[in-house]
Design a protein around this ligand. Sequence first.
Ligand code: TRP
Length: 328
Amino acid sequence: MKERVLSGMQSSGKLHLGNLVGALSNWVRLQDTYDCYYFIADWHALTTGYADTSAIKESTRDILINFLAAGLDPEKCTLFIQSRIPEHAELHLLLSMITPLGWLERVPTYKEKQQELKERDLSTYGFLGYPLLQTADIIIYRAKYVPVGIDQVPHLEISREVARRFNYLYKEIFPEPEPLLTEFPKVVGTDGRKMSKSYDNAIYLSDSPVVVEQKIRTMVTDPARVKKSDPGNPELSPVYQLHKIFSSKEEIERVADGCRTAGIGCIECKKILIKNVFGVMEPIWSKRQELLDSPDTLNEIVEQGTEKAKKIARETMHLVREAIGFFS
Ligand code: TRP
């Protein structure tokens, strides 16, 4: 029996190279070793985006396409959509009865996100409960491991505490889920800051070749290199940071050396990066096109994944109702 892994992605916006390198590639690797469940957290998108839901459907669809285009294989893993499995909501409700408010108020991302999105009113019940809904997502599949980024670790801590509390109060049903942290390089965006859709510096998996080329060609480099004959410091150039992720060892050495000695121009350096980023994106582009051309295939995959996930969610909810002691 393979151990169970579960992870989700919020459906707010398109996926970019940072998501690919950071999360998706890791999910793809895990599907050979574990019994993997991956889903789109469309309810979670409402916690901050409740006022404008016009993009949810398209965003969910695009993420699903990217999941598959990046190499998640429905023969190996289970892909589904959170809102299609109302059992998550039932468990969330029941967990809300046993979760002290203080646990949720203390999660660092709670105040941070409110601060970051000041223009929105996030003093809602749903926003505070974000990590609890996430807990329900995870433990309803009795998952052992949750591959996430370091930013999600406080959420996983709550998940373990809540699982432990349920087990203590009612019955030992839930394993305490552990984060599966993977080291991956930080992907910078075209302006040198962390690649993020909120900074408008991202290269999206749905960008066309022309757009990707344009984005890389206009990236900032070491500002000391005004002319090609000015030597520079590769470490100050976001282009070099991306080379470190996408280029071969020889190419990395060559551009670093060329930058320091003014032996290579920024345009040539960017051309090498463009070639290598294309190498990664070409199979994704062609798979995306295939899926865009056959919406039925996509629907079938989601239907099958959802059915499979639902079966486990239902089983767990039977155990939960029995453990709490409802009339049945
Ligand atoms: N909070 C996660 C994110 O922002 C998304 C998410 C929702 C999730 N439910 C989950 C991740 C359950 C792992 C497990 O990326």
